[in-house]
Ligand binder design. Structure first.
Ligand SMILES: Cc1ncc(COP(=O)(O)O)c(C=O)c1O
Length: 496
């Protein structure tokens, strides 16, 4: 066992048999001590229809404060999180989320607002949102940005709706969207939601779009090409301007899945390489804790010929300098979510951008790219890198040693014993691990991670069973992952 793994074993309280709250406690114990109420008690039956009242109070755990605190602290120690561990989950940009963002988002002037408040009462928030959209416009080189969509995937849907509205305004109905074979799963799913057929465009062995296949497939029925660049195999497709020309030549639009903007800030602007519509994953690029499904935000930027189709309301600055919601857009696709957007995530994005400034953002992407290329270079001799460097902010590797039946899943699980979150696995190509170090890790952490993967490569050859049965430091080594997803059972039932 490695030193890190051994250390972890002593730090983590791993006993799975530790009781649940419902199984703990002593009758009469309580975690709260409150003074006697001086409010007259009211008979419950006078307030609630007796039909809805049970005879007994619910069977709640009765537990003292210290035991309660220890219970939750014990559970919290079992969490794998960016705050506790390196989290190189490819395609997810699990960077450190600066605490100043949280502080800003929690300020009562933001967190305490209600969407029905008068514009005159919420000028500060409106100003922040207006400034944020202008920053995003500048960063991406797009004419206008809407902050409304709640996630990257909803941004994709919004972008496709805008593209469809544009084609319809020209008297055309285009029913097909092209997506490269390396596309994120949400791309074809968004096409389906918008009633469009998605057709796959092949990539070449170097990970770039096969332009011949693109030319063969684009037609007068193509609404758009949805491309991710840098793409999901970690390479920036330098043919992008030519791709834009091919797509535009057929009257179609170029949609950029901008979830990988972490590699491009201050380096390249989608609007400058021919993109008509794009979404940001602000929770990734501009840092909001987003593991476990949320929260997210997926602002959409469009070129000038598409601004009239953007969702309403849009935040604007009036001639007198004040801020307002604007909805006089007859050709707008309408609203794509309730109210105005995922405001907490947007405050965090604004804070992040302001605290770094233009130079800081450039530095983010330069370091993210450097980190990915550094780790890849350290692993080159023991792992197969199917695509050639330079990489953008992430890269893919495939075990190239005599694996002796060891799979990418085993290697990912073994990394847990070394204190690292497993990378993305088996996507977008078979048997791969996809690694995104991000810019926020120190050289020492990057080296420790590379050392761990090299040590695992040795183990696969010397003691493959150690890898196949990993992790050895977690309460549960291997679970039935399909069963856990398909037959979710999170309800505690008392033993009778
Ligand atoms: C390339 C790419 N596109 C789209 C998405 C979807 O974004 P979201 O999870 O916010 O819906 C992701 C998610 O990480 C992504 O990596």
């Amino acid at each position: 066992m490695s030193v890190v793994a051994a250390e972890l074993e002593t730090k983590l309280p791993l006993d799975l048999d530790h009781p649940l709250l419902f199984e703990m406690g002593t009758p009469g114990a309580s975690a709260a001590s409150m003074s006697e109420s001086d409010v007259p008690t009211v008979d419950r039956a006078t307030l609630i229809d007796p039909e809805f009242l049970a005879d007994d109070a619910p069977d709640m755990p009765e537990i003292g404060e210290l035991d309660l605190v220890r219970h939750y602290t014990r559970l919290a120690h079992r969490l794998f999180s960016v705050d506790a561990n390196f989290y190189p989950l490819g395609s997810c940009t699990m960077k450190y989320n600066p605490r100043v963002n949280e502080k800003a988002a929690a300020m009562p002037a933001f967190a305490g607002l209600h969407p029905y408040q008068r514009e005159s009462d919420v000028q500060g928030m409106l100003e922040l949102l207006f400034r944020l959209r202008t920053y995003l416009q500048e960063i991406a080189g797009m004419a206008e940005v809407t902050l409304q969509p709640s996630a990257g995937a909803q941004g994709e849907m919004t972008g496709l709706m805008i593209i469809n509205a544009y084609h319809r305004s020209r008297g055309e109905t285009r029913t097909e969207v092209l997506t490269p074979d390396s596309a994120h799963g949400t791309n074809p799913a968004s096409c389906a939601i918008c009633g469009q057929q998605s057709t796959t465009v092949r990539s070449k062995p170097d990970g770039r779009v096969d332009l011949d296949d693109l030319r063969a497939k684009v037609s007068s029925n193509t609404a758009a090409l949805m491309i991710t660049n840098p793409n999901t195999v970690g390479v920036f497709d330098e043919q992008i301007a030519e791709i834009a020309d091919i797509v535009h030549g057929c009257g179609a639009q170029l949609y950029l899945d901008g979830a990988n903007m972490n590699a491009m800030l201050g380096i390249a602007r989608p609007g400058d390489f021919g993109v008509d519509v794009m979404h940001f994953n602000t929770h990734k690029t501009f840092s909001t804790p987003h593991g476990g499904g949320g929260p997210g935000s997926g602002p959409v930027g469009v070129a000038s010929h598409l601004t009239e189709f953007l969702p309403v309301p849009q935040v604007i600055q009036k001639d007198d300098g004040s801020y307002a919601w604007f909805d006089d857009r007859p050709k707008s696709i309408g609203k794509v979510r309730s109210y105005y957007g995922q405001s907490g995530v947007l405050v965090r994005a604004y804070t992040y951008i302001r605290s770094l400034g233009a130079d800081g953002l450039l530095n983010v992407s330069q370091k993210a790219v450097l980190a990915a290329n550094y780790v890849a270079a350290r692993l080159r001799d023991r792992y197969h890198l199917p695509f050639d460097p330079p990489y953008a902010h992430e890269f893919i590797l495939i075990p190239k040693f005599e694996t002796g039946g060891v799979t990418e899943l085993d290697i990912a699980k073994r990394l847990i014993d070394f204190g690292f979150h497993p990378p993305t696995m088996s996507w977008p190509i078979a048997h791969c691990l996809m690694i995104e170090p991000t810019e926020t890790e120190s050289l020492a952490t990057l080296d420790a991670f590379a050392d761990a993967l090299l040590a695992i490569a040795d183990e696969v050859e010397s003691t493959p069973e150690t890898v196949k049965t990993a992790p050895h430091t977690m309460p549960i080594a291997r679970m039935d992952e399909v069963g856990a997803n398909r037959k979710l059972n999170v309800r505690w039932r008392p033993e009778v």
